[in-house]
Design a protein. Sequence first.
Length: 225
Amino acid sequence: MLIPSIDLLGGRIVQLAQGEKLRLAFDDFEYWIEKFARFPLVQLIDLDAAMRQGDNSELVTQIAKRLPCQAGGGIHSIERARQVLNAGAKRVIIGSAFFSESGEVNTEFAAELAASVGSEHVVAGIDTKNGRIAVKGWKAEVALTADEAIPQLESHVAAFLYTHVDGEGLMQGFPVDVAARLRKLTGRQLIVAGGIRSQLEVDALDALGVDAVVGMAVYTESLTV
């Protein structure tokens, strides 16, 4: 399954390279909402909230009311997760809040969140740079790998979203061997992102039972949706 992404920064839809360099920006929300309306799932990320530099809460609410979204970015508490779900999101993506700076998985918070909002509404965001999990809007890393984290969160989430930050926005392709390895670690839905550039790649991932988030390739029309 192809999952189009909507990343929000400064009140606009953007595409960044490796989470840092602004490559594309759009103000025409209506165009993209209509374009993505036929997809069963859209990914909606508030980059400002993820980077702790404000938020785009009003836009998140407006979009989540119109599109079937899994929404993330700066969701660090059960209260905020509830707010996003109540705003219309189908699921929330939790990243940094699941990991401590010392490199441990916060399974206690994961269990409390699942009990509060339902594990079916929780997606664990596993973002990696140089093989290690990246947090705080990808500005910091912890001494933990995806392979170590996934088994510990398995019973608390409906899905895992693995983002290969090293290739994000570069359209150089996703490491399919990594997807195959991670697929063996979990029975939950596995979604990957970072550098995906063609329908052939989406199909190869689908053959593994892995769903694909696509951003840059969609916005540059390298991949037609």
